[in-house]
Design a protein around this ligand. Structure first.
Ligand code: FAD
Ligand code: AMP
Length: 480
């Protein structure tokens, strides 16, 4: 006999587990299926984000930043630490413990909210039925009024650099190097490549990033991208643009990579190579032929703006559908779908989803960039303010970067913001809140920001849109 639920969620990452919790909060009998097994072979919820994504990468970014600060930047504060050493295995253990705490936290939240956890694989059948196969191979069918697919994404592999025995690794392998590689190659200067390259670079690896595109961070505001390239290069990252990897050869304990750039074919030898060329939606063995759910031409599950698939009562959210592959986007889609199932008029503002690169300095942006506004033919004004003119940044000896806010030239409504600098992710979030409420740059300029804080740089950038910054010379006098 099949089990009946109001909602069955397939996938327990930040999209799926959040959707399941909100469905349960709204009073629905909810099941969540996930097939993830961690390094110890234990079934855990939390998906890519908690197990091999956002959280473990940030744990290592924070550890490596602290090491780098202690090694190179304490002197200026009058602190001498003498010889400093590091223990990579302790760093990895700390990271693993954080992952464990958080994945256990999801299990606890499921219990507290009455979500029924199913450990194993889900397959969508016709008629909102889900075939569930547990890790021992036992099959049962779950019936649902609504099914939410949240099966996420997996790393893209490229034929010139197939994953090999801990030498050529994807992002998950790059979170597990047992020691610091002497020479590390990274294919792809995207968010993941830059973050993981930063971790091992700060710990002492010589890092070479090979990026096929001619432009660095081509989707990011180009003033920010230029500043980032300059700062990362100063930190010792060797960034080679227009460099397309075409082959690799494994040696006794290393790999020789062949790449093509404007000058022709070149080779480089590395101890380890990280392939970070993007992620693809994951739908393997997920859909029965008659399930009624379609994929788009890029392999994402086809959905409308409210995440409804082509099969009535079947929804899809997160990395497996169009839009940025970000944990917070997945979660908010999960909440929106749960609310919609409950008949509420929830919607997600896709124009105001922030992105963050957790390097140092951090990079964050929201809305449209200056390049996009130019292409759209939209009239705009720009306000910029540097961290170098901010008292708190000086006190922290963290003065690289700036905040850039762009507003409509006629209405003054904020259309986008880009930040490179300390705590850029948190600072950009302040503009996200303002944009969500339709704020003008002038409105933001009239808000009171605590002194001395880094957020004063956001305030001054907003003031600067209308030539009213206080702590720098404005381009033109402020209008009377
Ligand atoms: P996932 O987290 O991928 O979860 C999908 C789940 O579905 C998995 O647990 C999988 O086991 C399960 N599953 C798949 N198929 C089935 C099936 N048939 N049956 C049962 N279960 C199934 N994003 C950010 O916003 N901020 C960051 O800082 C950030 N850092 C990242 C760093 C790295 C190294 C990586 C790799 C990613 C990072 N991301 C970050 C991206 C983020 O992890 C993803 O956007 C997010 O996890 C997507 O959530 P999801 O729920 O859609 O899918
Ligand atoms: P993202 O999609 O943001 O993770 O970035 C992945 C990056 O990898 C993109 O900027 C791609 O241009 C880059 N890339 C993809 N294939 C190759 C390749 N063969 N050699 C070098 N860079 C690549």
């Amino acid at each position: 006999m099949s089990k009946k639920f109001d909602v069955v969620v397939i996938g327990g990452g930040p999209g799926g587990y959040v959707a399941a919790i909100r469905c349960a909060q709204l009073g629905f009998e909810t099941a969540c299926i996930d097939k993830w097994l961690n390094k110890d072979g234990k079934a855990v919820f939390g998906g890519t984000c908690l197990n091999v994504g956002c959280i473990p990468s940030k744990a290592l970014l924070d550890s490596s930043h602290k090491y780098h600060e202690a090694k190179d930047n304490f002197d200026i504060h009058g602190i001498q630490v003498g010889d400093i050493s590091m223990d990579v295995s302790a760093m990895l253990k700390r990271k693993d413990q954080i992952v464990k705490n958080l994945t256990m936290g999801v299990a606890t939240l499921f219990k507290a909210n009455g979500v029924k956890a199913f450990e194993g694989t889900g397959k969508l059948l016709a008629g909102k039925k889900v075939e569930f196969t547990n890790h021992a191979g036992t099959v049962e069918v779950l019936e649902a009024e609504h099914v939410i697919i949240a099966t996420g994404s997996v790393p893209v592999n490229i034929p010139p650099a197939p994953l090999t025995d801990g030498i050529i690794v994807d992002s998950s392998g790059a979170l597990e190097f047992p020691e610091v590689p002497k020479r590390l190659g990274v294919i792809g200067a995207g968010v993941i490549g830059l973050e993981l390259g930063s971790v091992w670079g700060r710990l002492g690896a010589e890092v070479v990033v090979l990026e096929a595109q001619d432009k660095f961070l081509h989707l990011v505001d180009q003033a920010v991208a230029k500043e980032a390239q300059k700062l990362f290069t100063k930190q010792g990252m060797d960034i080679r643009l227009g460099a397309r990897v075409t082959g690799s050869k494994i040696g006794s304990n290393d790999v020789t990579v062949t790449y093509q750039d404007a000058e022709g074919e070149k080779t480089e030898k590395f101890d380890k190579l990280i392939v970070a060329v993007g992620r693809r939606p994951y739908t393997e063995a997920l859909l029965a032929g008659d399930a009624g759910v379609n994929l788009d031409e890029r392999g994402f599950i086809h959905v409308d703006e409210s995440c409804q698939t082509d099969a009535p009562g079947v929804w899809a959210i997160g990395d497996v559908v169009r839009g940025p592959m970000l944990a917070h986007k997945a979660s908010e889609e999960g909440v929106m779908v749960a609310e919609r199932i409950a008949g509420h008029k929830a919607q997600l503002n896709y124009d105001v989803i922030p992105s963050v690169i957790y390097t140092h300095p951090e990079i964050a942006w929201v809305g449209r960039t200056e390049e996009q506004l130019k292409a759209d033919g939209e009239p705009y004004n720009v306000g910029m303010f540097p961290f170098a003119a901010n008292g708190r940044a000086m006190a922290a000896n963290d003065t690289d970067g700036f905040v850039k806010i762009i507003a409509h030239a006629e209405t003054d409504r904020i259309l986008g913001a880009s930040v490179i600098g300390p705590s850029a992710g948190d600072l950009c979030q302040q503009v996200v809140v303002a944009m969500e409420f339709g704020s003008s740059a002038e409105d933001m300029g009239m808000m009171v920001f605590s002194h001395p804080t880094l957020s004063e740089v956001v305030h001054e950038a907003a003031l600067s849109v209308n030539n009213a910054a206080i702590h720098k010379a404005n381009r033109k006098p402020k209008k009377k």
